[in-house]
Write a protein that binds this ligand. Structure first.
Ligand code: PMP
Length: 408
């Protein structure tokens, strides 16, 4: 991984030394959540041992420390994704809450009956259900861009979905069930050519690919801390400053107000307007430590190493008789979805688990994407930069044994 050996990188992650049922842990469930480096764990401990306080409100030493740490995290996140200002970064619980925030606060007030929101067949349920809820509330209609047999967006069909009634588009940068990297820049440009703002679900791309919100010219972007080595319960909404100003508050309460009377409340500007109540201060600070760790390795180095692993793992699995890889787009990241002829995904998942190999077997919260391939479920190993070719060989060996009717 860049200048560092994968062995030394693995030493940064205490949990990778774990033994489960006598077998060394092989963590290939990174699309569900990544593991945390000691730097993140230590940062959380330091926060709670030396800095813990509520932010903004009290004028004392610890309040200053926690406020400084929290706002420094906002700057770290802004820098990491190329945002022009930390004021464009809103802390939320995760990708799911981020999409719900954009759907409710920015898009819903713009929707009239018959207006349209464009999604794609690749989406995680978190990028489907919030839109169904606002569509039901407003009488708007959801339109879905199709995917081809490789699991890539059909760009022509996507561009033909846009009409004068289209108000918003939202899609994943990397599809969590298939690993497809979508042509985000082109898709954003197509939407913009129709005057339509775009949200990019970067849950699976932020940990694995370089991101630059200004180069992409994306209007909103969301991701989750726990998928990029950070804590659970913290995530990010990026929004262009002027769009965040236009958006309505998400929740009401303390922190988000400038002045309250029973007659009228004046809100804070973004990002405070969207952060009602006491936020997840410690985990925002932990997220910044995770991003610093990623920066230390270099996201380009991470992307290159993971790509090599993905190619290696794909070939290893392809050599197993009866394996069908689902999602064969030329541009892919992190995910190796597959099914095995004559064996249920549960059977394969359990055989792997008995060998200490953690993968996901199921629908991965992306039922429409899998149903495009006539499937209800796949086995989904997903890669991070601390994985190795040996681990992928071990994975393929177990699958080969299941395929060969081996006793497990
Ligand atoms: N979108 C995508 C593409 C995802 O992979 C996930 C997580 N599996 C989500 C959204 C939801 O993220 P979270 O559960 O962290 O809110």
């Amino acid at each position: 991984v860049g200048a560092r050996s994968v062995e030394s990188v693995r030493e940064d992650f205490p949990i990778l030394a774990e033994v489960v049922d006598g077998k060394p842990l092989v963590w290939l469930d990174n699309a569900a959540t990544t593991q945390r480096p000691r730097a993140v764990i230590d940062r959380l401990v330091r926060y709670y041992e030396h800095e813990n306080s509520n932010v903004h409100r009290a004028a004392h030493a610890l309040a200053a420390r926690s406020t400084d740490a929290y706002e420094a995290s906002r700057r770290t996140v802004a820098g990491f994704i190329g945002a022009g200002s930390p004021d464009e970064i809103v802390f939320v619980r995760g990708t799911t809450e981020g999409i719900n925030l954009v759907a409710r606060s920015f898009v819903r007030p713009r929707l009239a009956p018959g207006d349209e929101v464009v999604l794609t067949r690749l989406e995680h349920h978190a990028n489907i259900v919030p839109w169904q809820i606002v569509a039901a509330e407003t009488g708007a209609v959801i339109k879905v861009a199709p995917i081809d047999d490789d699991g890539q967006i059909e760009l022509g069909a996507y561009s033909r979905l846009f009409t004068p009634r289209t108000r918003f588009a939202s899609f994943a940068h990397v599809a969590n069930a298939l690993g497809t990297i979508t042509p985000a820049a082109e898709m954003i440009a197509i939407a913009h050519s129709h005057g339509v703002p775009v949200l990019l679900d970067a849950a699976q791309s932020a940990p694995h690919l370089p991101l630059d919100v200004r180069a992409l010219d994306v209007d909103f972007l969301v991701f989750s801390g726990h998928k990029i080595l950070g804590p659970t319960g913290i995530g990010v909404v990026y929004g262009k400053g002027e769009l965040l100003e236009e958006a309505e508050p998400y929740q009401g309460g303390g922190n988000m107000i400038a002045d309250v009377t029973f007659e009228q409340t004046i809100y804070q500007p973004a990002p405070a307007k969207f952060e009602a109540g006491t936020g997840n201060i410690a985990d925002a600070v932990g997220l910044a430590a995770a991003i610093e760790y990623v920066r230390g390795l270099g996201i380009e180095n991470i992307a290159a190493y993971e790509h090599a692993l993905l190619v290696y793992g794909t070939e290893a699995l392809r050599r197993v008789p009866g394996v069908r890889i689902v999602g064969t787009a030329a541009q892919k990241a992190t995910v190796l979805s597959f099914v095995l002829d004559g064996h249920s995904v549960e059977e394969v998942g359990q055989a792997l688990s008995r060998e200490g190999i953690a993968v996901r077997a199921g629908h991965h919260c992306a039922q429409p994407a899998l149903r495009r391939f006539g499937l209800e479920a796949t086995v989904r190993p997903s890669i991070a930069f601390y994985n190795t070719c040996d681990e992928l060989d071990a994975l393929a060996d177990v699958v080969r044994n299941v395929a060969g009717g081996g006793v497990w």
